[in-house]
Design a protein around this ligand. Structure first.
Ligand code: NAX
Length: 330
């Protein structure tokens, strides 16, 4: 076992995703069975009492890998020496809220968090933004923390990848592990494009295996795009366990070499790959090499149908960037 613990910050730690996430991190599912972890848990003052209860439960699990817990409402304390910052806490869109209101309220969270990361985190810090609108929240934090290299900032599209893989596996009648190379392009929103054409199932191109283009271009895409809303309608609350699971999958995917026939879906800082607008936090296909470095995977074919969808999600993200520029958040 390594002796130096890895510090993992989770914001919004008393929320519903936090409650599904912390126990899995503490049990070793995020960083493996040989890595002790210090959890640094950030909450706002009114939620500190609830967080105290969560800390008591973490204590009561007697996790051998859990080397410490720091529960705080202080940004500096939360991000000191942190190696992985999982930014979950945010203010999701409420009925009647304009996009700019939503971005403004989140700017008040992600701008100072970006600064606190730049000033206090470990030199190898990596950041995964889960809190919505996660692509642009990530852009806000990154733009206010330019000391931290752009390739250390990620926003979560893995839940969408997992959702898409399951839809395809069910349609073909195979296990989900058979589905590979499935990327979610663009924004984690209803404009996202789950790319079936470059994905494979059982080694075959998905369109050839599914043999139902109308479904792929229609219900498949909309089911994935609207899955979050369907879960809210059925459960009366937004996805939490599956979101926490996707956060774990993202970090594992970014810290494990990727098989040559596969990719990891994650939103990263675009350098213009596949014609995407430079500087946005954009969902792209990523691969991790044996040395642990990631790069955008090349070779995805973009046909006319895909290009149209990439433009829609790019335009939405450009609009969000314009809004946060106007609000002085970046
Ligand atoms: P909850 O409302 O249950 O929890 C959020 C927690 O964040 C609360 O405990 C709140 O006190 C805390 N918080 C608010 N402002 C904070 C701040 N400035 N600093 C620290 N903590 C703060 O939401 P939950 O269901 O846990 O969802 C969290 C976020 O994840 C939401 O923005 C949600 O929209 C987003 N999601 C993102 C997904 C993705 O795939 N990227 C999927 C699931 C989820 O919808």
């Amino acid at each position: 076992m390594t002796t130096t613990p890895v510090h993992v910050t989770v914001t919004g730690a008393a929320g519903q995703i936090g409650y599904q996430l912390l126990f899995r991190i503490a049990s070793g599912q995020l960083l493996g069975p040989d890595t002790p972890v210090v959890l640094r848990l950030l909450e706002i003052e009114p939620a500190m009492k609830a967080l105290e209860g969560v800390v008591m439960e973490l204590d009561d699990c007697a996790f051998p890998l859990l080397a410490g817990i720091e529960a705080t409402s202080d940004l500096k304390h939360a991000f000191t020496d942190t190696n992985w910052a999982l930014l979950v806490g945010s203010i999701p869109r409420k009925a009647g809220m304009e996009r700019s209101d939503l971005l403004n309220v989140n700017g008040g969270i992600f701008k100072p968090q970006g600064r606190a990361i730049a000033e206090n985190a470990a030199s190898d810090v990596r950041v995964l933004v889960v809190g919505n609108p996660c692509n642009t929240n990530c852009l806000i934090a990154r733009s206010n923390a330019t000391e931290v290299p752009a390739d250390r900032w990620f926003a979560m599209t893995r839940l969408d990848q997992n959702r898409a893989e399951t839809q395809i596996a069910k349609k073909v009648g195979v296990g989900v592990a058979e589905v590979k190379n499935l990327v979610i392009w663009g924004n984690h929103s209803s404009t996202q494009f789950p790319d079936f054409a470059n994905a494979t199932v059982g080694g075959l191109a998905v369109p050839a295996a599914v043999k139902d283009d109308a479904w792929l271009r229609g219900d498949f895409i909309t089911t994935v795009q609207k899955r979050g809303a369907a879960i809210i309608e059925a459960r009366g609350a937004s996805s939490a366990a599956s979101a926490a699971n996707a956060a774990i999958d993202t970090v594992v995917g970014l810290t494990t070499p990727t098989a040559p026939d596969d990719c990891v879906s994650v939103a990263v800082t675009s350098h213009g790959e596949y014609g995407t607008p430079e500087g946005l936090t954009f969902g792209l296909p990523v691969q991790v090499d044996a040395a642990g470095a990631w790069h955008v995977k090349e070779g995805f074919a973009i046909d006319e149908f895909a290009a149209e969808r990439l433009k829609i999600t790019s335009d939405e993200l450009l609009g969000e960037r314009d809004d946060v520029r106007q609000l002085g958040l970046i």
